[in-house]
Design a protein around this ligand. Structure first.
Ligand code: FA5
Length: 353
């Protein structure tokens, strides 16, 4: 075969082999037809023992007249093969890259299965809301222990041993003589011992009483104590803060009434009641048929209590209140039984997202 024919035959063989490599690549870009296949093509045609190198060696067979034409044809063939291999290699690499990207592709716009989120218990929500409201009015938030001494729960609050007022709050006593606090008022005493007048504090927390449970009574419930001590504190200050508190909670006008109430630690003492928001007045199981719900027992701090806190009652006076948080939540969200609040029943809790 003449050398020019041999050049044509190598060109045709290269085209065939290249097509086969591309076909294989179409089936599996990353494997056989990929860069590995191309490399064998390079060796077969351009390598030291390759077909183009063999043709170059045959150049001397051509006559002096033919040699420039044969040389040109050989160079053209080598260039065509080099370019063909390079182009194919580039597109195979791009194909493999695309394949890899496709296998790793994540659709970030896909809607994932939503995990149900928990939410704050309505009691916690009200407590946080009140803490915000009172701190914005300059009150400090204090805490106290659930297990109290007789002194802080009773004695310092003007309720000495054998005082009949102890019966107003059925108490869980512990074997060591301590007790579970029956109200948040011990926080008042701890506050007076820590702070010097003038001061304003609130003390939210759990309290415990050995009670018969019904729609409005629990054994464990929540109160929020409030107290302000300064010179010349009067009932008008108490009424102002009581109203500020209720309008913050209910975010609407609510009907209230102030009536005398007896608590040994205040003088005078009051009960601030709110018109029952469950029945609106005619009476229901929550308001026990009277149309009003006790919400904010309060009064001016008794001089004996100020003395327990090492505060001179001749110089300072103050008001205090003890808000029942559970009943407040019941009024706000129209819950007709206090037991729902502690039931941990998801059907109930999901109503407060
Ligand atoms: C007291 O506990 C006083 N320490 C409040 C106080 C503080 C008066 C400062 C004056 C000055 P009382 O026992 O009334 O008061 O309880 C206060 C509030 O707690 C009640 O108005 C009511 O809303 C709530 N409460 C009382 N007992 C229960 C109960 N068993 N379950 C749910 N809430 C209750």
């Amino acid at each position: 075969m003449s050398i020019l024919h041999a050049i044509e035959s190598v060109r045709a063989e290269f085209q065939r082999t290249l097509r086969a490599v591309l076909e294989e690549a179409g089936k599996n870009a990353a494997a056989g037809g990929g860069p590995g296949g191309i490399e064998s093509l390079r060796v077969r045609f351009l390598g030291r023992k390759g077909q183009v190198t063999a043709l170059m060696a045959r150049l001397k067979e051509a006559s002096a007249e033919e040699r420039p034409q044969v040389g040109k044809a050989l160079n053209q063939l080598r260039q065509e093969i080099e370019e063909g291999i390079q182009k194919t290699q580039d597109s195979l690499e791009a194909l493999a890259c695309e394949e890899e990207l496709r296998s790793e592709w994540v659709d970030i716009t896909l809607d994932l299965e939503r995990r149900p989120l928990g939410s704050l218990h309505p009691l916690t929500r009200i407590q946080y809301d009140l803490e915000d409201a009172f701190t914005s009015m300059g009150f400090e938030v204090l805490d106290g222990p659930h297990v109290e001494t007789d002194y802080f729960n009773f004695e310092a609050l003007n309720i000495p041993a054998h005082h009949p007022a102890r019966d107003m709050q059925d108490t869980f006593y512990l074997e060591d003589g301590n007790l579970l606090r029956t109200h948040t008022s011990p926080i008042q005493v701890r506050g007076m011992m820590r702070l010097r007048p003038p001061f304003k504090i609130i003390g939210p927390g759990k309290v415990f009483r050995c009670e018969r449970i019904d729609a409005s009574h629990e054994v464990t419930f929540h109160q929020l104590e409030g107290m302000m001590v300064d010179r010349d504190i009067k009932v008008a200050h108490l009424i102002y803060f009581g109203k500020a508190l209720l309008s913050r909670i209910f975010k609407k006008e609510v009907e209230v009434r102030l009536r005398p109430g007896y608590f040994p630690f205040v003088e005078p003492g009051f009960e601030l009641d709110i018109r029952c928001l469950i029945c609106g007045g005619p009476g229901c199981q929550v308001c026990k048929g009277v149309g009003w719900v006790e919400l904010l027992p309060c009064g001016l701090i008794h001089p004996n209590v100020l003395r327990s806190g090492k505060i001179d009652p001749e110089e300072y006076s103050g008001f205090a209140f003890g808000l029942g948080l559970d009943r407040l939540v019941m009024m706000k969200f129209q819950i007709d039984d206090i037991r729902h609040l502690h039931s941990a029943d998801l059907r109930f809790l999901k109503q407060f997202p």
